[in-house]
Every structure is written in C-alpha cells, then in structure tokens.
Design a protein around this ligand. Structure first.
Ligand code: HEC
Ligand code: HEC
Length: 209
C-alpha cells in the first residue's frame, strides 16, 4: 500500500469510528413520528407527493439527522439552516427523536424520478460525471457517488430527487441563503454554476437511480 492510500484508509477508518460512536436511531420509534408528523408533506415512506417538499426515502441517516439538527435553533441564536416550516417541525423534537426518524427514513425505498428535458440531459450528465474544468466545477459524482446514492456519512443521496428541490438548494447555496455545508463545500461549487448548469444537472439527477 502506498503512503497516500494508507493515509486515506486511516482517514476513512476514523470517520467510520466517529459515526459508530453516535447512538443508533430506532427506526420503529421513528416510524411513529414520521406517520404522525412528517407524512402530510414528505409521505409516510419519505416519497413526498409534491416537488416543493424533498423526498427523504433512502437518504443516509446521518445526513438527515444533521439537517434536522441544523434546522433547530439553539437558544437565542439563528439556526444553521434557516427554514420557517422545518424550524417549526423540529422545535418539539429531541435529539433522540431526530435520530429515530432519520433512521426510519433511511430504511424506506426511494421512489424513482425521471429527467424531463431531452435537450439538456446529456449536458447535465456530463457535468454530474465529469464537472467543468474550465469553470472549476468538480464532478458531482466524486462526492455524491456515480449513481447519486451518496457516500456515508457526509455526502447525501441525490438520486431521484425532484429537480425543483435540487435546483432550489443549489441556488440557495449559490446566494448563501443555505450555508450549513461544512467547509463551504457546496457554496464554493454552486458559486461557479450558471442557471443553465443548475437546471441541467438538477434535471439529470431526478432521473438517476
Ligand atoms: C408542512 C410541510 C412539512 C412537514 C410537516 C415536514 N416537512 Fe420537512 N421539509 C418541508 C419543506 C418545505 C422542506 C424544504 C426546506 C428547505 O428548503 O430547507 C423540508 C425539508 C426537510 C429536510 C431536508 C432534506 C434534505 O434533503 O436536506 C428534512 C430532513 C426534513 N424536511 C425532515 C422532516 C421530518 C423528519 C418531518 C417530521 C418530523 C418533516 N420534515 C415535516 C416541509 C415539511
Ligand atoms: C467536495 C464534495 C462535493 C462535491 C464535489 C459536490 N457536493 Fe453536493 N454536497 C456536498 C456535501 C458535504 C453536502 C451536504 C451539506 C450539508 O451538510 O448540508 C452536499 C449537498 C448537496 C445538495 C443538497 C442535498 C439536499 O438533499 O438538500 C445538493 C443538491 C448537492 N449537494 C448537489 C451537488 C451537485 C449538483 C454537485 C456537482 C455540480 C455537487 N453537489 C458536488 C459535497 C459535495
């Protein structure tokens, strides 16, 4: 093993250990919360009925937990991810509730979506898989996986998500209204993307499976 490979293997090991130290969510308990509170907007199985609300089914549990924690405002402070609707939803949830509901949605099967724009899907695919070296946009696949299923624990699943939601998030990272990404990872990328880049890659992602 080369030194670099060894270093990255050690690093992955450290990440895995950190994740293992978190208490595991109880999907059964999470199901009750999902059915009673989240279902009208996200679907009981996490496959939300409308594009304004993201699909949560099959999402990496640690990512979902992080988002819920980010929506929650610490006393007197702004939440890391600002959204009035989700802010109200998490206000009454404990850390254990959030872990449980995240674990539940991770066990659900994500529904398939489809790309809708034939004109841009090839360009969207190129951007997703290879990035745009001239603009300094890295390949999305490097962090979100070639099939968009994400890479635990930090990098979320994107595959099959409603294009409208993906597009809104990329624009929010671009204008800084969403700023909860560690090391500005997504803000730095979105800042280099045009409206056309964002629309094309979002449409392509909707059809990934
Ligand atoms: C009234 C509708 C509504 C309800 C009820 C609701 N949500 Fe949401 N949820 C939304 C909307 C709208 C967004 C997008 C917010 C944004 O842009 O940040 C969202 C975003 C999210 C996200 C971020 C997803 C991502 O991919 O980053 C998570 C996680 C989430 N909701 C979980 C839940 C859970 C768990 C519950 C139940 C406890 C719940 N939501 C209840 C409307 C709702
Ligand atoms: C260097 C790694 C990296 C690359 C490359 C990358 N992302 Fe991300 N992305 C992240 C991280 C980390 C997050 C989670 C941020 C957080 O914690 O909220 C994220 C989150 C997202 C989200 C929000 C998902 C949701 O459910 O709300 C979208 C959409 C997204 N990325 C799209 C893309 C697209 C499109 C590309 C390619 C143009 C891309 N990403 C390239 C690291 C990356």
């Amino acid at each position: 093993m080369t030194r670099a490979l060894l270093a990255s293997a050690l690093c992955l090991h450290a990440v895995a250990l950190a994740a293992a130290e978190l208490p595991r969510g109880d999907a059964e308990k999470g199901k009750t919360i999902a059915t009673q509170v989240c279902a009208p907007c996200h679907g009981a199985d996490g496959n939300s009925p409308t594009p304004a609300n993201p699909k949560l089914g099959g999402q990496i549990s640690e990512y979902t937990y992080k988002q819920l924690a980010n929506y929650k405002a610490a006393q007197g402070a702004k939440p890391e991810r600002e959204n009035p609707v989700m802010g109200a939803m998490v206000a009454g949830l404990s850390a254990a509730d959030m872990r449980n509901v995240a674990a539940y949605f991770a066990t659900q099967k994500p529904s398939q979506g489809s790309a809708k724009n034939k004109e841009t899907v090839f360009f969207g695919r190129k951007l997703y898989r290879g990035g745009d070296a001239a603009k300094g946009v890295p390949a999305c696949a490097a962090c979100h996986g070639p099939d968009g299923s994400g890479i635990p624990v930090q990098y979320p699943r994107l595959a099959g998500q409603y294009a409208e939601y993906t597009e809104a998030q990329l624009k929010a990272f671009r204008d800084g209204t969403r700023a909860n990404d560690a090391n500005r990872m997504m803000r730095a990328i979105a800042a280099r993307m045009s409206d056309k880049d964002i629309a094309s890659v979002s449409d392509y992602i909707a059809g990934l499976r």
